[in-house]
Design a protein. Sequence first.
Length: 472
Amino acid sequence: MTAVKSICCIGAGYVGGPTCAVIAYKCHDIKVTIVDVNPARIAAWNSDKLPIYEPGLEDVVLARRGKNLFFSTNVDGAIQEADLIFVSVNTPTKKSGMGAGRAADLAYVESATRRIAQVATSSKIVVEKSTVPCRTAQSMRTILEANSTDKIHFDILSNPEFLAEGTAIDDLLKPDRVLIGALQTPEGIRAQQALADVYGHWVAKESILTTNLWSSELSKLAANAMLAQRISSVNALSAICEATGADVDEVAYACGRDSRLGSKFLKASVGFGGSCFQKDILNLVYLSEQLNLPEVAAYWHQVVIMNEYQKKRFVRNIIKTLFNTITNKKIAVLGFAFKKDTGDTRESAAITLIKDFIQESARVAIYDPKVDRQQIVMDLSEPGVVDTQQQVEKHVQICSSAYEAAKDADAVVLVTEWDEFRDDQLDYAKIYDGMHKPAFLFDGRLLVNAPKLRKMGFKVNVIGKTELAGKA
Ligand code: UDX
Ligand code: UDX
Ligand code: ADP
């Protein structure tokens, strides 16, 4: 295999877009074409307002767009031109049929793979980039091999992406590791080396890990499951803290100082969200069930159950504190994205909380610095509950500042940890002045200095802390 000269990325989403933009940024000798079936998405990538918000992304795209980085809807043309193709399409949890609610829906991966098989006129390295269940590469290989000829050969690699949203560009520029799985055949290993050479433009050799295909596929699911497991563990402890007077920040810090545990991913919260954690754990649960390993399935499933419990517990606590009813009360929700520094709302805890508030007949005012109105309305619509835009807008008010949301509110609920909600950035005295009294504040992100806000008059509730503990 000669060096890769032309890359095609199928899927211009949160993973494919930033990843391949960074490849173009670091490899000026490689032509990178990112394609998508969604023309609006491609138009946005070619415009001044990129379809996703990610710190640093715009600089990277603007530096290379039109030079060696292209966004196009011409999927077939880009496939034909490329020597290496990333398949970076969505793999949502199946909504119906076998494995509904657990298994990944591989229809998009399959359709992209079939397209490659149909239109390729030369040999290709096909790389799974989307997170997929273990052994998906086998299905891709079967489809591609059925279409290979003497002249056209397909190699399959697994190269899962570990970037986190909000820090995608940093993660891509300085990855902890790059993982490339291949069949351990001479062709497979050659293809693995060709992709390693692409990353070798900017990633140190020691950080490029090569494994067999199945280890690579499973490692991605395992890494996400273990990260989510840490959050569920600390969230489970947060419930104990609230009941005992222990402080979850102190407990997490004390545990994290053990170098065998490490300090990251131990922040208690209102629950993890995002497109990956829940989906990947459910995938692992499904895989375990399929392999007839019920104890293993139950073990991982508990991570998701704990996450649901944490969200429900938070809502119950709010209702209880507001004298057991929130009917007609105004609740200001600060933050709608699943974490700070992203406009992504997939599986955001905010969605679950707000739907519960609506069910309890509260009036909800929402402010998020990066999520637009249309997205919020879409996320809150639910067939049979509030299924039309008008119905959603009857229950919720979407605001353009935290102050507007908190005006005349009975409670402020911090759901996303945006820096602008910190107590050294937001004018909490002003918020307090505008609220009904008693003015309640529920911090689901351990973001504010509760004693300071109590001095202003707020009644503050923080996840994993009690006022009785003194330092809460
Ligand atoms: C443990 C804690 O590590 C220590 O901080 C605490 O003070 C007491 O409990 P200990 O039980 O002495 O220490 O040994 P440890 O090294 O933690 O091993 C416990 C068990 O886990 C052993 O059976 C060990 O073989 C096993 N283990 C450890 C694994 O199976 N895999 C590992 O990766 C690490
Ligand atoms: C995750 C993985 O981190 C990344 O490696 C993988 O490629 C994709 O999935 P992402 O979902 O983008 O990335 O964000 P992440 O930072 O992992 O946060 C996920 C959720 O966990 C967020 O809702 C976040 O607020 C929450 N979280 C994270 C906590 O509640 N506490 C923590 O300590 C860390
Ligand atoms: P992720 O977070 O995994 O990147 P996204 O949903 O953000 O997921 O992006 C996946 C993209 O893949 C979408 O923009 C979707 O239109 C695109 N896509 C799905 N199937 C195909 C296909 N067969 N050909 C081209 N693009 C596709």
